[in-house]
Write a protein that binds this ligand. Structure first.
Ligand code: NAD
Ligand code: UDP
Length: 333
C-alpha cells in the first residue's frame, strides 16, 4: 500500500516507517518538523535501503494535505502528528487543542475529500485516567486528567462519530502504553529536546553523565516497591503493531475499533533502574522525591484484543529496551 505517515519524522513515526517499508509498503512522511529533524528521513533510508519522500507540511494545511494524498495515491494514513508533553498541555491548552484536535479534523477532511478511508490513529493509555481495575482493557471507562489526554479523547470520539456516519471508514485507534527503546541500528531513537519528562530518556541522560541523578517521583504508592508501575513497550514492537493494524483494516468489517498496545507487564521505577544498570553496566544514581502531580500508581495493559484480532505480540524484553535506548543515546556522546 501507499501509506502516509503524519508526524513520520518523529520518534514512533520513524520506527514505524522502517517496519512498513520493510514489509513492502511505500511510505510517505509528512511532518512540520516542530519536534524532529529532516535528517531522520535520511537515517530511515539508511536502514531500509530506500529513499522515502518527506513533505514538510503542517497537518492543519488541509488543501496541501489533500494534494499530497492525491500526488502519492495514498491508500491509508497513520496519524502520529501532534503535541505530546503533558506538562506543556497544562500551560498551553489551546496550542494542544489546535495542533491535535484541529490537526485531526484537517486530516480527516482531506481524507474524506480524496476518498481515503483507512486510518490508524495514535492514541494513548492516558485516556483511561485513574485506573479502576488492572490490567486495563479497552472497555475500561475513559476519563482524561490533563489537556493532552483530553485532546486524545476528543479525537477518539470524533473518529467514532465519523465511522458511525459513514460505514466505509476503516479506523484503528491504537492506545499506546509506554513506548521506549530504539531501532537496533542506533540510527533512530527518542531524542527529546531539553530535559526529558519521561523516565527512560531521563535515565539515559543520567547514564551519559548529562544529568547528575534521577529523581524518583514518589516511593509511597501501593505498588510492590512503592514506586510507580508502567507497561514499557519496545518502540519496534509498537511499530509492528501499526503494520498489523493496517493489515487488519484491509479485511475488517467494522468501521472503527480500539486496541491497546502494551506488553501486559508492569515494571516499577526501581525495576527500570536495575534493568538499565544490568543491560548497560552504567550506574544510575537516584534520589527519591515527592510524587509527581497527576501520576497514577500503576498502569498496564490487557493486550488480549490485539493478540486475538491483530495477531500481534510484543517480542522484545526489558533488557533489549534498555540496551537499545543506551545504544542510541551513547551514539550522541
Ligand atoms: P514525536 O514528537 O517524536 O513525533 C510527533 C511528530 O509530529 C514530530 O515529528 C513533530 O514534528 C510532528 N508534528 C507535530 N505537530 C505537527 C503538525 N501540526 N503537523 C505536522 N507534523 C506535526 O512524538 P512520538 O512520541 O513519536 O508520538 C507520536 C504520536 O504518538 C503522538 O500523537 C503522541 O501523542 C502519541 N503517543 C506517544 C506516546 C509516547 O510516549 N511517545 C505515548 C502515547 C501516545
Ligand atoms: N518517573 C520518575 N522520574 C522521572 C520521570 C518519571 O520517577 O524523571 C516515574 C513516573 O512517576 C512514573 C514512571 O516513571 O511512575 C513513568 O513516567 P513517564 O513520564 O515515563 O510515563 P507516564 O507517567 O506518562 O506513564
Amino acid at each position: 500500500m501507499n501509506i502516509l505517515l503524519t508526524g513520520g519524522a518523529g520518534y514512533i513515526g520513524s520506527h514505524t516507517a522502517v517496519v512498513l517499508a520493510q514489509a513492502g509498503h511505500h511510505v510517505v512522511l509528512l511532518d512540520n518538523l516542530c519536534n524532529s529533524q529532516a535528517s531522520v528521513v535520511t537515517r530511515i533510508g539508511r536502514i531500509t535501503g530506500q529513499a522515502h519522500p518527506l513533505e514538510v507540511c503542517d497537518v492543519r494545511e488541509t488543501a496541501r494535505v489533500q494534494h499530497i494524498l492525491r500526488q502519492y495515491n495514498i491508500q491509508a494514513v497513520v496519524h502520529f502528528a501532534g503535541l505530546k508533553a503533558v506538562g506543556e498541555s497544562v500551560q498551553q491548552p489551546l496550542a494542544y487543542f489546535n495542533a491535535n484536535v484541529s490537526g485531526a479534523i484537517s486530516l480527516l477532511e482531506a481524507m474524506q475529500a480524496e476518498g481515503v478511508r483507512k486510518l490508524v490513529f495514535s492514541s494513548s493509555a492516558t485516556v483511561y485516567g485513574q485506573p479502576q481495575y488492572l490490567p486495563l482493557d479497552e472497555d475500561h471507562p475513559t476519563g482524561a486528567i490533563n489537556p493532552y489526554g483530553r485532546t486524545k479523547l476528543h479525537i477518539e470520539e470524533m473518529l467514532q462519530d465519523l465511522a458511525a456516519s459513514d460505514a466505509t471508514w476503516r479506523i484503528a485507534i491504537l492506545r499506546y502504553f509506554n513506548p521506549v527503546g530504539a531501532h537496533e541500528s542506533g540510527l533512530i531513537g527518542e531524542d527529546p529536546s531539553g530535559t526529558p519528562n519521561n523516565l527512560m530518556p531521563y535515565i539515559a541522560r543520567v547514564a551519559a553523565g548529562k544529568l547528575p541523578y534521577l529523581n524518583v517521583w514518589g516511593d509511597d504508592y501501593a505498588t510492590p516497591d512503592g514506586t510507580g508501575v508502567r507497561d514499557y513497550i519496545h518502540v519496534m514492537d509498537l511499530a509492528e503493531g501499526h503494520r498489523a493494524a493496517l493489515d487488519y483494516l484491509n479485511h475488517s468489517t467494522l468501521p472503527c475499533e480500539v486496541f491497546n498496545l502494551g506488553t501486559g507487564k508492569g515494571y516499577s521505577v526501581l525495576d527500570m533502574i536495575q534493568a538499565f544498570e544490568l543491560a548497560t553496566g552504567k550506574r544510575i544514581p537516584f534520589q527519591v522525591g515527592p510524587r509527581r502531580s497527576g501520576d497514577v500508581a500503576a498502569c498496564y495493559a490487557d493486550n488480549q484484543k490485539a493478540a486475538m484480532k491483530l495477531a500481534w505480540h510484543a517480542q522484545h524484553q526489558l533488557g533489549q529496551m534498555c540496551q537499545s535506548t543506551w545504544q542510541f543515546e551513547s551514539g550522541y556522546l
